[in-house]
Design a protein around this ligand. Structure first.
Ligand SMILES: Nc1ncnc2c1ncn2[C@@H]1O[C@H](COP(=O)(O)OP(=O)(O)OP(=O)(O)O)[C@@H](O)[C@H]1O
Ligand SMILES: [Mg+2]
Length: 410
């Protein structure tokens, strides 16, 4: 149980941390990419302005100084294109030339390809005549920028993984430290319950045997005294049952107490049906037992007997007179399926999840109070769990309930 809590704690801690780191890295990535792009646009604009200054209006056409920084352009993966007013290309310089047509309204253009190219377009205005004489488009391959961003991505991913691993180790240490006192107090509480119920057993046995002796010779006893003694006997019996139940539950996590021996469930179930025969008859119930010839599993026969007696006991108590109880047992692939069905008062859907809780009893069953404590099904579940099995229940109010148990053969 604590292992489970520990794992869940660690997992949620790591998930939150991963989320925070993820958002943080995304922010860094976006800001970094934005400022790199901005820087590039500024560089290209400066270049474009320089290039525009090199163009002149001569004989009614655009004239450009051919040698304009060509070498430098090529080194920087940059290129220049000049256009006339109508958008016709006049001259190109450089390696990464945009093949997109000139766009007058789009200052910044990006051409997807290998590599991606970004360009910015600037108008050329002749200052002498104050007239638009053409356009210059400066482009640069985005390869370098993408490489930097790629490296950044890897750096971020690796740092997130390293940070998560370190926090994971730290988290394990922290949860261990945090859970330790809780686990210890839980163990102490269990030990206390086990000790208390164990210690209570002896005085209860003394009361029980003394009351039994007194009731053996009721002659000369007043009728009222006899009734009191009987009440004491019945209350003592209930308390003995309760302390035994508590002891079983307190020790239920100590799996090594569980014996492993071949057990034939048919023998157990038939024996239990015999034991309950008087109760069944007194309520005029119709009990149907349908079992395969043998139902062999490895387990603890006393615990298994307890498991089925609790279920049969419930079926008898919560089924009104003349009802039907069906007990079926058959082998399934690697397990044995046992079903205990009744036509009793049933359990409402909202209570169905709670019936396995310790000390839980449905309010409606008060009228059916059998002196039970509400530990029966908690014990059933603990025993099924220790045998590696599962238990499920379906029920309808006023119609009946069906408990299905699967116990693995090995
Ligand atoms: N076959 C059943 N039909 C209807 N209700 C049931 C049935 N089995 C269990 N319940 C409901 O679940 C509750 C818990 O059952 P559980 O066996 O744990 O306790 P209990 O029978 O009340 O007491 P005890 O500790 O003596 O078994 C019961 O009080 C009852 O309300
Ligand atoms: Mg019960």
């Amino acid at each position: 149980m604590f292992k489970n809590i520990r794992h869940r704690l660690l997992l949620s801690y790591l998930l939150i941390l991963a989320l925070i780191l993820g958002i943080f890295s995304l922010g860094i990535r976006l800001i970094f990419a934005y400022s790199l792009r901005q820087q590039m646009i500024e560089k290209l604009t400066a270049l474009g302005q320089g290039a525009a200054a090199n163009a002149e209006w001569e004989n009614n056409q655009l004239k450009i100084d051919d040698d304009f920084k060509l070498r430098e352009l090529l080194n920087n993966h940059q290129s220049l294109q000049w256009f006339d007013v109508k958008g016709n290309s006049i001259l190109k310089q450089g390696e990464f030339i945009l093949s997109l047509p000139l766009s007058q309204d789009n200052l910044v253009q990006i051409q997807a390809g290998n590599p991606n190219i970004q360009s910015i377009t600037l108008p050329i205005i002749d200052s002498d005549i104050d007239k638009l004489i053409g356009y210059v488009r400066v482009s640069q391959s985005l390869e370098e920028l993408e490489e930097i961003l790629n490296k950044l991505d890897w750096g971020l991913v690796i740092s997130i993984i390293v940070a998560l691993s370190i926090s994971g180790i730290g988290g394990i240490l922290l949860t261990n430290q945090a859970m330790k006192p809780i686990e210890e107090s839980f163990t102490r509480l269990k030990q206390f319950t086990a000790d208390a119920s164990h210690e209570l057993r002896n005085p209860l046995m003394v009361i029980d045997s003394n009351v039994a002796v007194s009731l053996k010779y009721p002659e000369g006893m007043r009728e009222a005294d006899k009734e009191s003694f009987e009440a004491i006997a019945s209350a003592t019996m209930q308390m003995i049952d309760l302390t035994e139940d508590l002891l079983i539950l307190a020790r239920s996590d100590q799996i090594n107490l569980l014996k492993k021996e071949p057990v034939n469930l048919v023998i157990i179930l038939e024996k239990l049906v015999k034991w309950y025969q008087t109760k069944i008859e007194s309520k005029n119930l119709n009990l149907k037992l349908q079992l395969s010839e043998t139902l062999l599993i490895y387990g603890d026969s006393l615990k298994l007997e307890r498991l089925f007696s609790n279920l049969i006991d419930n079926a008898i108590y919560y089924t009104p007179e003349s009802g039907i109880i069906e007990i079926e047992g058959k082998p399934k692939k690697c397990s044995i399926e046992i079903q205990i069905k009744d036509t009793g008062i049933g359990i409402s859907p909202e209570n169905l999840e709670r019936i396995f809780e310790r000390f839980w009893r449905a309010d409606t069953s008060r009228s059916y109070w059998n002196g039970g404590s509400g530990l029966g099904l908690a014990i059933v579940q603990a025993i099924v769990k220790h045998h590696g099995g599962t238990i499920t229940v379906t029920s309808q109010l006023g119609i009946g309930s069906c408990f299905t148990i699967y116990l693995p053969i090995n």
